[in-house]
Ligand binder design. Sequence first.
Ligand SMILES: [Zn+2]
Length: 403
Amino acid sequence: MAQMNTSDIELIVKQVLESLRTNSSAGSSQPQPPKAYPKSGRVAMLTALEHFELKEYPIPPLGDDDILVKVEGCGVCGTDAHEFKRDPFGLIPVVLGHEGTGEIIAMGKNVKTDSAGKPVNIGDKVVTCMIFKDNPDITMFDLNKQNVGGADVYGLLPDDDIHHNGWFADYIVIRGGSTFFNVSDLSLDLRILIEPAAVLIHAVERAKTTGILRFNSRVVVQGCGPIGLLCIAVLRTMGVENIVAVDGEDKRLQFAREMGANASVNFKNHKGIDELTQAVKDAFGGYPADFGFQCTGSSVAHSNIYKFIRNGGGLCELGFFVNGGDASINPHFDMCAKEITIVGSWVYNLRDYPTTFDFLKRAKAIGLPVEKLITHRFPLEQINEALQTNLRMEGLKVAIING
Ligand SMILES: [Zn+2]
């Protein structure tokens, strides 16, 4: 054996220490040299109904609490599609995109940790949650009791002098007081799915408050768009094994089974509510559901789901993100005689975000193909086409991916 001299040993010790440091900080903040500060960047500005224009604006100097993020990608949400088609929020001109993620390329000297207290550095990948307003319930991470109702989010802000306010852009300026998370340990696709997945984490938390949802519950999930499919994945990762998916498209039902549903019912194959109810019971081996998640925006679907649920069962209604009109129910049969426990769920709260990161890791670990939800990818230049694709209800999740 060759003799080692002192400098060899020093080198080895240095290497070991280096590798320990690298491992312990893997996936979190790894300081990187500052990148060149960009002079300007493009944003996709919705300037008229169904019309985005790419506009270039200077990148403003950062304040001590601000962060500049280079956008890597952003999902197209139903909310974006509503705004694109009808401007119900009266935001035009507006830079949309709230399901985005990207890399920190510069940050003010006061920025040290994310909203969960995790260190952040240049090079880390982040997502934003809600934006500070004068309401401690929606801003304090540990005491959060509210969903984002009443808070602002990037991608739904009126245009201002900064312009880089949404994720359909090259860069976004995250201002001091916003909430954001270091999610460097998740892939780009999973990071794009954080925001919609948080909606399901919140809904399942709401469902758990009924005390009816258990490991061995029979759960019916109605609607197999991105929200219903993520609902199935969340239930599966928490150990619920007996899930029946209901939708009108065989392709989506097939995906529902890949996501963890063990049976599915295509409502188009069954005439009338009695036949459909029987089909759902048959899928559970002859029993009604203990619990239902209503994930469509259809009034008829809302009226129907009560029939699938047993006496003393529970229901979480989360399909009506926007006003989809009234639904009729029979208060005697559907509610009183049934003694059903109902919760509504809308959006999420800050606390749901870290739970969502853990869910996405668990889903991947047990082999659920969550990333397959992203079925269409467009560069920023094709944002109008991306929104039209969403409006045509093609595929599942449409995303803008920056090159
Ligand atoms: Zn969204």
